[in-house]
Design a binder for this molecule. Structure first.
Ligand code: ASP
Length: 436
């Protein structure tokens, strides 16, 4: 009797779409954190486990899907897709900083605040030239082992292109079969990992609850007070950027699709990014959404999403502009238009050159603030609330990656708009039926 009611309760629980369960965990975890304060930190390992599970499959999923993608694209298409992806990434990032600066100039966060000399534990921002050179790995195995995404993408593309060329040109039957087998193994591997993503998201209900409890337990409602205006500025800028640039221009106008369908197709990735504040660790979920829900060809998303997770960070770029104004207001100076244009340039370059990991945007502030001669102590000042702000930035970053993948997929005829969310489908793992 008891056993059967447990079983029916479990079945009922499982019948609620995963995104609602994770959404509820997000809200309840935040409330739990605010109620229990620092004690909520005991749950941290459960949250860390969720992030580790996702991180575990980032590198393999990039390798498998990218290999599959290259098999399907000709080298010339790959070049065209690459140029389109990088071009739009750069344009949207610039627009993001403009939006951030405009909203910050209107709201003026930081005015009236006193700078308490909080300890600033400031790491060095990456050097742009090193980032460019670092794209070519000295040792591909090391790049994969250390999770260096750009270097891994580079090697996988080069290797897969070599493999595809050998497959086309060889007279040796065994070699041709070998090439086919490698690609087939990659396809099977990618499918398997998408199934794993789905399993990880089931655990994510607990993971997200624990993560949100930890964040709000540590930040606490009181600590957030002085920063409410800064948060509101970022939230407004993010909302405008997502609505106007991604949903309006990219999805509705350029792709001619429903923004609601798009949002419904990427909700798991958005909530994951909000929960774990890392574009890179969100990649498996973004890829799964691109595959199952948005129905984009692997050839496009297998390439553009990993690349986007490190070079396309609109939320991060926008944040640089907003904090520049915030810092200027704290010390009571006015940034000139020229200085604000400098912010745009540095913010875009800095966001390209940094990894999609938690707090990357905080570290990049060193570049912007140093360039403008503003006090670096501001970074220490806002570090306490950065975990909250980071989530908004990361969610924006991955939404941008998925919007661009949809647009470039559309331009190249590589999205199946007849199925998935475009045709009213819903939910992660839908293409991979669960066996209860
Ligand atoms: N955490 C962000 C990301 O992974 C980067 C940032 O700190 O802004 O996309």
């Amino acid at each position: 009797m008891a056993e059967s009611s447990i079983r029916s309760g479990w079945r009922r629980y499982r019948s609620v779409p995963i995104i609602y369960r994770i959404g509820a965990a997000f809200v309840l975890g935040s409330i739990f954190g605010l109620l229990f304060g620092e004690q909520a930190a005991v749950l941290q390992p459960l949250g860390d486990l969720f992030v580790r599970l996702l991180q575990m499959i980032v590198v393999p999923i990039i390798i498998f899907t990218l290999m599959m993608g290259i098999r399907q694209l000709s080298p010339s298409t790959l070049g065209k897709v690459g140029a389109q992806v990088v071009g739009i990434y750069a344009i949207t990032s610039m627009v993001a900083v403009f939006i951030g600066l405009t909203i910050a100039n209107l709201i003026n966060p930081g005015s009236g605040l006193q700078l308490t000399t909080a300890e600033a534990d400031i790491e060095e921002a990456p050097n742009f030239l090193d980032v460019i050179l670092g794209i070519v790995p000295e040792n591909p195995i090391e790049a994969m082992a250390t999770g260096d995404i750009l270097a891994t993408i580079f090697f996988v593309i080069v290797f897969a292109l070599g493999l595809a060329l050998v497959g086309e040109s060889t007279d040796n039957e065994r070699v041709r079969e070998g090439v086919e087998s490698i690609f087939n193994i990659m396809e099977a591997g990618a499918e398997a990992l998408f199934k794993v993503v789905w399993g990880i998201m089931e655990y994510g209900v607990i993971g997200v609850f624990a993560l949100m409890a930890g964040v709000f337990g540590e930040a606490g409602a009181d600590a957030l007070g002085p920063f409410l205006l800064l948060m509101a500025t970022l939230a407004l800028a993010v909302a405008l950027h997502i609505t106007i640039v991604y949903l309006g221009v990219i999805i509705a106008v350029l792709t001619q699709q429903s923004p609601i369908a798009f949002l419904s197709g990427i909700k798991e990735a958005m909530v994951t990014a909000l929960s774990i504040s890392s574009s890179s660790a969100t990649l498996p979920v973004s890829m799964s959404n691109a595959e199952d829900n948005l129905r984009i060809n692997e050839g496009i998303y297998g390439f553009s999403l990993p690349l986007g997770s490190t070079i396309n960070m609109d939320g991060t770029a926008m944040y640089q502009g907003i904090v520049a104004i915030f810092a200027a207001n704290i010390v009571g100076v006015q940034l000139t238009i020229t200085e604000q244009l400098v912010v745009v340039a540095i913010a875009v370059l800095a966001s390209i050159g940094s990894a999609g990991v938690p707090s990357a945007g905080l570290i990049l502030l060193t570049l912007v603030l140093t360039q403008l001669g503003l006090p670096l102590e501001v970074i220490g000042f806002i570090a306490g609330v950065d975990p909250v702000l980071d989530r908004l930035r990361t969610m924006t970053n991955i939404t941008g990656d998925l919007a661009v993948a949809t647009l470039v997929g559309h331009w190249n005829g590589e999205v199946d708009f007849e199925t998935g969310v475009w045709a009213g489908g819903n939910g992660i793992g839908e293409a991979i039926p669960s066996d209860d």
